[in-house]
Write a new protein. Structure first.
Length: 67
């Protein structure tokens, strides 16, 4: 799957997440990237970045609703 496919899947996955669930998931994603470093497989990195972007978008929507 490419980035856009992964992003669509993760956007649906995180649609019900609250702000703090998004925050924890983002920390997990970044920790995974840090652990793997340069040794991460490219397709796995694309998947992780698609998840990160979907989580960030969800957090932004939640913050806008709260304002």
């Amino acid at each position: 799957m490419n980035y856009n496919n992964h992003h669509a899947v993760f956007t649906r996955k995180v649609a019900a997440y609250d702000f703090y669930t998004c925050r924890r998931a983002l920390l997990d994603c970044h920790e995974t990237l840090n652990i793997w470093g340069q040794d991460i497989a490219e397709d796995y990195a694309v998947k992780i970045w698609a998840e990160i972007d979907a989580l960030r978008e969800r957090q932004q929507r939640l913050v806008k609703r709260a304002a």
